[in-house]
Structure formats: structure tokens, C-alpha cells
Design a protein around this ligand. Sequence first.
Ligand code: NAD
Length: 309
Amino acid sequence: MSKILVTGGAGFIGSHVAEAYLEAGHQVAVLDNLSTGKKENIPAEATFYHADLTSRKTLETAFSEFKPEILNHHAAQISVNRSVREPYFDAEQNILGGINLLQVCAEHEVRRFIFASTGGALYGDAPKIPSPENTQVVPPAPYGIAKACVEHYIRFFTTEHGFESVILRYANVYGPRQDPHGEAGVVAIFAMRSIAGESCVIYGTGDQTRDFVYVKDVARANLAALEVKQGTYNVGTGNETSINALFAEFKALNDMLEVTNDDARPGEVFRSALDATRAHKDLGWEPKYDLTTGIRETYGWFRERSVQS
Ligand code: NAD
């Protein structure tokens, strides 16, 4: 059993990771500033620290009290659009906040650092699909630039301070608790629109593809990352799903669902999928959920919530 501090554990993915760690018998604390996260997402068994990555003082309190052995870093400003509009703010949260956290980890002798990075936002329009980890990193927006930068800092801290690190580069994660009001969670947005009886908006032709990986599979990758040798791993299904095909999944659940087409969004990556062969070999990880099953589970969760509210 390890003591694990999950930053961003009040958010979508971090809360599923915290749950998976608790279920595996670990002692878990969550550190979050609740900027997009919600208290109700934090598992009841986890200790909660209301702290900000950019505040050394609040980080110190959490580390001194909880004394984590492993740090799982999910807290971030996750809006790509906001990173384009406000690159300084993005860098402050995601780069400087990350360095702050790494420094506190080094001072408190954290043994292992696990980082939620990204595949698509690092590789951009990659020459090879699905893209392996050695794809050239050419982030099209500050959000990806910050992730690449923190990856470099992690490698530096790993060498300089002797802790182990695992970098997980996610594809497009979807599932229960994703924010349907954000810009990125197309699955959550389609689910909410379908339940509300509103039409789904598809930008451009709808032929653009993404690699949708279910959040419970991502949580399992974070479990595997506790044990394995350090390294950088893609976490995706390797399957390309077009937005039109995704819409068809929702149409199968609600025949009344309609679609509206709008202009393509400038700068949008056209094709994206991650090759997770390395995670399969080294972590023994592969996705268990196919898209239809994951969508059904997600849709059911959103529907239940809409009935309750
Ligand atoms: P989310 O917004 O639900 O979670 C982020 C959490 O971080 C929130 O709870 C928020 O309150 C917290 N947070 C933000 N800034 C903070 C700060 N300065 N100090 C403390 N807490 C702060 O987003 P998510 O989709 O769950 O993303 C989790 C992580 O996974 C992020 O690092 C994101 O970049 C990464 N990621 C997500 C995806 C995806 O498809 N959702 C893909 C690749 C990588």
C-alpha cells in the first residue's frame, strides 16, 4: 500500500484515478483548487487539500501533512482555446505550477511522479496514424507546448533528484463526470445535447478523426504506472473514429437526435490516434472498453444525472 497524492482529483479523470487507487487499497489524498473540479467528485475516503499548484505555501501544507510517496499529477488548465487566448495564464498554471509541484516533490522525497500528458496536442497532424511515442513533438497550441515543457522538466528532475517518473500521453478521454460545457469533451457534449433534445453541432465535414479512450481504461493505466519501469507511454485505443461515426453511436441511442453543421474550426487537427503498443508491452495495459460500450455507459450516467437534477 502506498500513500498517493492525486492533483486534479476533483476533476473528471483525476477522480476516476483516485477511485481506482482507493479500490486497490492505497491511501489517497486529493489536491485541487476546484477551478473546474467539483467537491462531489472527490471520493469520500480520500483526504482533500484545497490547494493551488501556483501557491508554494498551500502545496507545502498538503505535503507536510500527508507525506505522499507517489505523486499523480492531473491538475491543469485544460482548455486549448484558453491557452491560445491567454498563453501567459496557461503557462503560469501548467508550466510554472508543474515546476512548483516538482520542486516540492523533490524536497519531500516523493519516490515516483506520474504525469497526465497528451498525445494529440503534442503530435498535431502526425505523419503516421496511429502515432507512436517517437512521433515528432510539434504542438500546435500553448496547451501542448506546456505539456511538452513539463515532460522535459520531469526528465530533468528525475535525473537530478533521483525519483522515478512515468509520463502517460492520453488520447481523447471520455466518460462519466466529463464537463459537457467545456470545448473538448465532444462525447459529453453530444450526450447532454441528446438528453436535452438539442441538436449536435458538427464542425466541418465531420470526417475528422479522434481516438476515444474510456476513462476507466485510463484509470487502469494509472494503476499500472505505479509499478512499471519509468518511461513515456501513449494511452489510446489506436482506433480512429470520425465525428460522424461518433454521432451515429448517439443516434443509435436516440433516433430523434439531429445534427447541425457549422464551419470547420481553424487549426483543428484532422486525424489523430495513438499507438499504445509500448503500454501493452511494458505496462501490460490495453483498453477493455469498445466505443459502443463506453458510450452507452457514459450516456446512462448523464441521463441518470439529468433525471435527478
Ligand atoms: P478537469 O478540468 O476535469 O480536471 C483538472 C482538475 O485540475 C480540476 O479539478 C481543476 O479544478 C484542477 N486544477 C486546475 N488548475 C489547478 C491549479 N492551479 N491548482 C490545483 N488544481 C487545479 O480535466 P480532465 O479532463 O480531467 O484533465 C485531467 C488531466 O488530464 C489534465 O492534466 C489534462 O491536461 C490531461 N488530459 C486530458 C485529456 C482529456 O481528453 N480529457 C487528454 C489528454 C490529457
